[in-house]
Write a protein that binds this ligand. Structure first.
Ligand code: ADP
Ligand code: ZN
Length: 191
């Protein structure tokens, strides 16, 4: 695909959990570093899945990332030399992340964002849909359905091993919660 080198633009990588979004973001950022570009990566401070200071994929590849509470903090870490900005777990930021990504791209920065496009209910997640609408490039990745092995574009929420109900609270004290990738046919939401 043709991508302009000296102009700013927005790329978004979306898909369910385990589809390889973090891996793909890390791959693109590493390549930009190999090209000696000035790269800064960010992630929401709430996501301390494996490491506080890195974006880490489920397969273990990683890159240094600055944990931030709000997207506005990006401005504290960039300057006129910044060429590439990576943002992981975009769905956890407020809608203002869309305006900030736009402003960075207008300044000439390549913005690469990765995140969930849908929540466990299969509904659009946070600012991601808006970011897709304004981005130049969008890649929608599929995981592997843990039930049937087909390509999976949704994330199944399980509570104590059973499909979660639509209205189950986000935080469940005493319950074991897990997530897995599933296709349309195997994805279950109990209303
Ligand atoms: P994401 O950021 O989309 O959650 P990651 O980049 O962190 O995804 O992880 C992708 C990796 O997860 C794959 O390369 C593979 O090793 C592993 N993986 C585990 N379960 C699955 C699955 N159901 N489908 C595809 N990959 C999976
Ligand atoms: Zn399936």
């Amino acid at each position: 695909m043709y991508r302009p080198i000296h102009h700013g633009y927005i790329e978004v990588v979306i898909g369910p959990m385990y589809s390889g979004k973090s891996e793909e973001l890390i791959r693109r950022l590493k390549r930009a570093k190999i090209a000696k570009q000035n790269v800064v990566a960010f992630k929401p401070a709430i996501d301390n899945r494996y490491s506080d200071e890195d974006v880490v994929s489920h397969s273990g590849v990683r890159i240094k990332a600055i944990p931030i509470k709000s997207a506005k903090e990006i401005y504290d870490y960039i300057d006129e030399n910044t060429e590439v900005v990576g943002i992981d777990e975009i769905q956890f930021f407020e809608d203002e992340v869309v305006d900030i990504a736009m402003e960075l791209a207008d300044r000439g920065i390549r913005v690469i964002a990765a995140g969930l496009d849908m929540d466990f209910r299969g509904e659009p997640f946070g600012p991601t849909p808006k970011l897709l609408a304004v981005a130049e490039f969008v890649d929608k990745l599929q995981a592997v359905c843990m039930v049937c092995g087909n390509p999976a574009h949704r994330t199944q929420r399980l509570i104590n091993g059973k499909p979660a109900k639509y209205n189950d609270p986000i935080i469940l004290v005493g319950a074991t919660e897990s997530y897995e990738a599933r296709c349309r046919k195997c994805h279950v939401i109990i209303k």
